[in-house]
Each structure stands twice: as C-alpha cells, then as structure tokens.
Design a binder for this molecule. Structure first.
Ligand code: F6P
Length: 340
C-alpha cells in the first residue's frame, strides 16, 4: 500500500500502485454517477489496476456483491442517469459487525483501496472503515443537493437544477393562465442550492431556503405588496428543508391569509434525481473520477476530490463533512432584488 506521495508522481504511481481497487456509489443517486464510474474504471485500467464494482453501495460490500469491471463494461453509460452499480443507504455498515463482514469480502477480492461516490453519509462510512481496517479511500462528491464542502459543485447538481427549472417553466405557463400562486417544492434535505438557483433561473417571485431565517409575517407582507402591485400569479420555490415547513404547510397558512387566491402546490420530488446528466455534470464526473483514482494510487487517503475555481482540490473527509457549504450571498441578494 502507498504511504506517501513521492516527488516524481508518475514514477511513484508506477512503483507503488495497488493491484486492485473497488468502486461504489452510495446514498441518493445523482445524474453523472455513471460518468464518474466510467472515469474511475478507465483511469485505473490505464494504470493496469484491476477494478471491482461493488453493488448497492456499502450493502454490496457487506453482502459480497462484487463484479469485475473492464473498460468495455463502462462503454455507453456516460449519458445515463442513475448508477449501473445501484445505490443504497446501508444500516449494516454503521455497525462494527457489518464493517467486519465487508472487510472479509474485500480481502477475498484482494481489494486494497476504494473509490466511494456519494455524499456525507458515504464519506462517514469510508472514515469508519479506514479506522477499523486501514483500507484507504478517496471520495467523489455525488449528490444533487450540492451540500458538500470542498467542491464548488457536486456531481448531479447541475442536472437537478435544470430539471427543476424545466418543471418550473411549465408550471409558470399554467400559473399565468389561471392566475394562481404555485408553491413548488424542490429537493434539498438541509440545503437550498437547488431552490436558489432554479428559483433565480425560473424568475420566481419568492424563494425559501433553510440557510435564510424566514419570518412568516414578512412573507405574508411580501405577498400583500405583490398583490397591491397587481401581480396576478406567483411562483414560490420552497426548498424541502425550509424551516418554516414543507410546501403544503406553507400553502395552508397562506390560504388562511388569502382565502380568495387560487393556490396550488407542486412537489417535484424524485424526478429531480433522474435523467440524462448535463454536459457540465458529465465533465465534472469525468474529471473527478480520474483525479480520485490518480490520488488513491499516489497514496492519498481519507480525502475527497472536488473542483474549486476550476482546479482539482483534495479535502479531508472530516473537513468535508464538518464544514457547511454556504450559499452564495451575491446570488441571494440578486434573488431578492429581482423578485421585488
Ligand atoms: O440527498 C439527496 C436527496 O435527494 C435529498 O435532496 C432528499 O432529501 C433525499 O435525497 C431523499 O432521499 P431518498 O431518495 O432516500 O428518499
């Protein structure tokens, strides 16, 4: 196993490279995960390293579901959403017995290092596994929520924003035709990146995010002023994690204040997780999948790769999990100005 990077990096890869690595996708799937798997496999094979795909994230490690991946196995997948390896949120792996079983299975396949594609939970699993058994791993940020520190964008986020925007545009046509107020709930368990960006791009009259403390009375005042300005219809984008409540609850309170307004709720849900990845997501996934393997073979471990200002950076799993990625205040101010 590699211990530390040498000065001549390519030479270092040649003399200390692992013979066999595993790759898995874990947590919520995101468009671009397939492009990332493809980059991982093709980069590793170009270094003559064997790759084992692990099915259903950490669950497949526990249940011994491994499959050898060659270059041709990842042909014709770059354009597909979802993940050919399937994904899961694995409870067994949170227990020491589950991790022990997983380690025994890794040994059966001589796997010496892991590439884990996913979000916070995926990185947490990798930390615990390395603590228990010393198996090094590098993470690739795969989640539509974009809530991972250490990268400007996560794999799948761009596609999800564009999917949400596609839906908002269509709902706006109907909102306009019927003079309705639509509360559109977008994904983002604890974060408002999808809401903020799809809201700005979709010309929303209101955007509610968990990162901003919203006051219900101010919200009502905002609507009242809109109606005074004779605004006949509105689109309000609500992040799933909004602290005032889910879109249905907010709409219910709204109805009490404005009983004569025709209000509707649309929860976009999992349609935001699927679909063919955008060019941005495919490129991001390819760059990060490649960088993850290169860094694992150089002896890096317990870190995730990310793209910050167009440069690949490494961030420790602890930092990536521990630090909150803030929304862009300039964009938030812009949203306020444009929706007023
Ligand atoms: O983390 C990505 C995400 O899509 C969140 O936005 C959402 O809250 C969650 O996953 C839904 O998870 P599941 O598909 O397990 O219900």
């Amino acid at each position: 196993m590699c211990k530390s990077p040498g000065e001549n990096r390519d030479f270092f890869i040649d003399i200390c490279k692992m013979k066999s690595i595993g790759v898995l996708t874990s947590g919520g799937d995101s468009p671009g995960m397939n492009a990332c798997i493809r980059a991982v496999v093709r980069t590793a094979v170009s270094h003559k390293v064997e790759v084992h795909g692990i099915k259903r994230g950490y669950q497949g490690m526990v249940d011994n579901e491994f499959t050898r991946l060659e270059k041709h196995d990842v042909a014709n997948i770059i354009q597909y959403g979802g993940t050919i390896l399937k994904s899961a949120r694995c409870m067994d792996f949170m227990q020491p017995e589950g991790r022990k079983k997983a380690h025994e299975n890794l040994l059966k396949h001589d796997i010496e290092g892991l590439i884990v594609i996913g979000g916070n939970g995926t990185y947490t699993g990798a930390i615990e596994f390395e603590k228990d058994f010393g198996i090094p791993s590098i993470g690739c940020p795969g989640t539509i929520d974009n809530d991972l520190y250490g990268t400007d964008f996560t794999i799948g986020y761009d596609t999800a924003v564009n999917t949400a925007l596609w839906a908002i545009d269509r709902i706006r046509d109907s909102a306009d035709s019927h003079n309705r107020v639509f509360f559109i709930e977008v994904m983002g368990r604890d974060s408002g990146f999808i809401a903020l960006n799809s809201g700005i791009a979709g010309g929303a009259e209101g955007i509610l995010l968990p990162e901003i403390d919203n006051d219900y009375d101010l919200l009502i005042e905002h609507f009242k002023s809109k109606r005074r300005k004779n605004k006949q219809f509105s689109i309000i984008v609500v992040a799933e994690g909004e602290k005032l409540g889910r879109a249905f609850e907010i709409a219910e309170k709204f109805k009490k204040e404005f009983p004569h307004v025709d209000e509707k709720v649309s929860v976009l849900g999992h349609l935001q997780r699927g679909g063919s990845p955008t060019a941005n997501d495919r490129i991001l996934a390819s760059v990060l999948g490649n960088a993850a393997v290169e860094n694992l073979l150089k002896g890096e471990s317990s870190k995730c790769v990310g793209l910050v200002n167009n440069k690949v950076v490494l961030t420790s799993f602890e930092e990536a999990i521990g630090k909150r990625k803030e929304i862009n205040p300039t964009l938030w101010n812009l949203a306020s100005v444009l929706s007023s």
